[in-house]
Ligand binder design. Sequence first.
Ligand code: FES
Length: 105
Amino acid sequence: MSQALQKIELCKTSDVAEGTAIQVETNDLILAVFNLNGAFYVLDDTCSHGPGSLSEGPICGDVVECDFHNGSFNIKTGEVVEPPCIIPQKTYKVVVADDTVFIEV
Ligand code: FES
């Protein structure tokens, strides 16, 4: 039996300007919410390689660079783009409803 998904509200769509990210802390999670051309993507904010905060990193296209050791990840998939990161960044299923961004966990 699979458990029902829990929907967690993160922010309003207007809180995240296009081409930027914000950090959201909720339900024991620290998340980075990205807006790429009006589509929203959510990753764990804390870099899989160390203490870097991905919501603070520069964004270039679909890629965010960690500002701690300059590794980078694909924002849409969490895959590593540039080392020294090795472990993909955890991604979350995003739902946007009534101008509000949610994740399902
Ligand atoms: S902490 Fe992010 S690349 Fe090392």
